[in-house]
Design a protein around this ligand. Structure first.
Ligand code: CP
Length: 300
């Protein structure tokens, strides 16, 4: 794996190796490899809590020298272009760049262009992909449900603007998830369907589901024709304890965060016994350690 840009080009074996390594890191916190000869910069052109901090923690746990470029104070505010930022970081010896950006596919384009000898790790690009999220999501599912090929998984929410659902569709395809149901009102149904079936019926999605993933209503990405009254959305699609009663008894509830509490999902579900939302966050550190290590190994 040269760069880590998308789930779509990974093989099933590569995905399984990343998850196995992430589980190893989770279980062997005191026996960690040391990559102190390697250096990494975090460039977040969009806001983040979970992804940025977990990549930073992952780098620190693996002894990777890491710096966080505060883009509010970077020279891009004086007109420098992103390519020159990268060239300059590479000139200082940075080898790994963890980048989040609002533009779809920008990291793939960067990787295809003549980059200095740096490796790019996608921390979320626009509405395209969030591949490290898919690894930690699937890791969390596998931790509690061993055979994904027998599972019904419902993903519910604003799927049209979601990079999470794109990467998740790809990982479900690679691992042969039995039944992936993508649930959204028509205005928010996914622009790209790679795997699974799409429905506007929440009942159809939740019935006998093993896993329910709620996704955030991404108000910041709506065009006028794509917006929907939030009270109407909540009435018809919010994940509530009552609605979850038609899912399997041991249903697992996920949400990549940030959560709009009491919009797409109720407080008592977020904080309830079926929720594995904070386990996702915990697993994010281990998944990102595995990703950083895989990219470093391709440098050697
Ligand atoms: N899940 C996720 O990407 O969260 P952040 O935006 O906080 O990184």
């Amino acid at each position: 794996m040269k760069h880590f840009l998308t789930i779509s080009t990974l093989t099933r074996a590569e995905i399984q190796n990343l998850m196995e390594r992430a589980f190893y890191f989770k279980q062997n916190g005191l026996q960690l490899p040391c990559y102190r000869d390697h250096s990494l910069a975090l460039l977040f052109y969009e806001n983040s809590t979970r992804t940025r901090i977990s990549f930073e923690l992952a780098a620190k746990k693996l002894s990777i020298l890491n710096v966080n470029l505060d883009l509010r104070q970077s020279s891009e505010n004086k007109g420098e272009v992103m390519q020159d930022t990268i060239n300059n970081l590479a000139a200082m010896g940075i080898q790994l760049l963890v980048i989040r950006h609002s533009e779809d596919n920008i990291l793939i384009k960067l990787a295809e262009e003549s980059l200095p000898p740096v490796r790019i790790i996608n921390a979320g690009d626009g509405m395209h992909e969030h591949p490290s999220q898919a690894i930690l999501d699937m890791m969390t599912i596998l931790e509690h449900k061993s055979d994904v090929s027998s599972l019904k998984i419902a993903v519910v929410g604003d799927l049209r603007h979601s990079r999470v659902v794109n990467s998740f569709q790809h990982i479900c395809a690679k691992l042969d998830v039995k039944d992936l149901v993508l649930v959204a009102p028509s205005v928010w149904q996914p622009s790209h369907k790679y795997y699974g079936r799409v429905t506007a019926s929440l009942e159809e999605g939740l019935e006998a589901a093993d896993v329910v993933m709620s996704l955030r209503v991404q108000r910041e990405r709506f065009s006028i024709e794509e917006s929907l009254d939030l009270r109407t959305y909540r009435r018809d699609y919010a994940i509530t304890a009552n609605r979850l009663s038609t899912a399997k008894k041991d249903v697992m509830v996920l949400h990549p965060g940030p959560v709009n509490r009491n919009v797409e999902i109720d407080d008592d579900v977020v904080d309830g016994p079926c929720s594995r939302i904070l386990t996702q966050v915990q697993n994010g550190v281990f998944a990102r350690m595995a990703i950083l290590e895989a990219v470093i190994q391709s440098l050697n």
